[in-house]
Ligand binder design. Sequence first.
Ligand SMILES: Cc1cc2nc3c(=O)[nH]c(=O)nc-3n(C[C@H](O)[C@H](O)[C@H](O)COP(=O)(O)OP(=O)(O)OC[C@H]3O[C@@H](n4cnc5c(N)ncnc54)[C@H](O)[C@@H]3O)c2cc1C
Length: 397
Amino acid sequence: MGDRFEAIVGEAHVERPPSAVLCGARVEALVRPANAVELAACLRAASESHLAVVPVGGGTKLGIGNPLAAQSCVRLELGRLCERAELDANEGIAELDAGVSLAELSARAAALGKVTRFGAARAGATVGGAIAADPLALESSSDVRLRDDLLGVEVALANGDVTRAGGRVVKNVTGFDLVRLYCGSLGTLAVITRAVVRLRAAPERVAFARARFASLSEALTACARQAVKSTPSAMVVVSTGDGAEVWSRFAGRDAGVETQLARALGDRTDAAGWEALRSELGPPPRGVSRVQLGARPSDVSLLCRLLEQAGGAGAVRLVLPLVGSAVGRVADDALPGLVTATDAAGASLTLERDAHAGPPPCDAFGAPPPALELMRSLKARFDPGRVLAPGRFVGGI
Ligand SMILES: Cc1cc2nc3c(=O)[nH]c(=O)nc-3n(C[C@H](O)[C@H](O)[C@H](O)COP(=O)(O)OP(=O)(O)OC[C@H]3O[C@@H](n4cnc5c(N)ncnc54)[C@H](O)[C@@H]3O)c2cc1C
């Protein structure tokens, strides 16, 4: 089989690492296609050989999702798909190959006075990986999501066909909205080869405020009261062990930000502390499982209670009150109980697991959602041979 990949991408771009493991499966070959045509040919070859394929960008979010439902797999590395990175400041769009790094994208956007919703990211993270993982971000709020700025995608399907959805303009919706379907699908429906994303004007000013509280519940109450006084673009509540801190981020025109800062919770502070918070959303430390619970923003206190009931007083690490998310750490033996309690409360659960933590004792997405059968039938239409990261998505799809 290795020979077949070598014929497609060249000998120099195929490796057969003797003992590599990816998402719980043995890596039979590591293949690095240079473009969408080679990538599609690799998928066709893998389909014909019934070999599971896991697309990998920077490899920084592989801890999200279930273990692969296959003994062995091909690790399809997309870092060479980075030739096209065109930013058009006048049109306000960027057309990017999937392997373009987020660091390059944000540097090039900044040079044009623009920003994207990919935000600041981990070293090595790619456009395709960020779209496929659609992770929680410090800057997220209920109406600021990456998918809303994703205008179009090009994907390679399991059978080797390359197709496009969406386009280069915002109002381009005909038929089913496949663009948002691919966003967050962890490479289980198709491999993203290119994306068109919206560029936004960089805010005139970004500023931060921080307030300290004696407890997490006091901090959450203060956030709820604060909502009527100021409108931060993002808010993060951090559990500090001996209390909690509320961080607010304000972005926009200079004068507006100044007004907001005057009404904000706590005192002005610089960006360094905010940047340090990003590590809480990075890969979990060795052997650790991170749990992300989601519900309506008004229910974040309930989410914190669920985490504390399962993991004890220090279980909550971070709360994003504007998103309705609480992030924490819970030991493996308490995870099945947390899944049941979360389901009973009508909340969602996502696990992000360090590779050394082994397979999780529950589905990485908690209890099966009502739409599971619909999701299964979509997977069957897109990937009938179960070649694309089989088992990794909700309910082992
Ligand atoms: C708005 C935003 C803000 C963020 N903020 C933070 C932060 O504060 N702190 C932090 O640590 N991180 C943050 N991140 C996450 C960080 O950027 C991730 O590391 C990144 O999203 C994952 O990229 P990757 O290339 O490493 O993906 P990988 O880990 O390589 O892949 C992630 C998943 O997508 C699949 N995949 C990869 N490439 C493709 C493809 N081309 N087609 C289909 N499936 C694919 C993989 O199989 C895997 O399931 C943020 C991300 C975003 C989008």
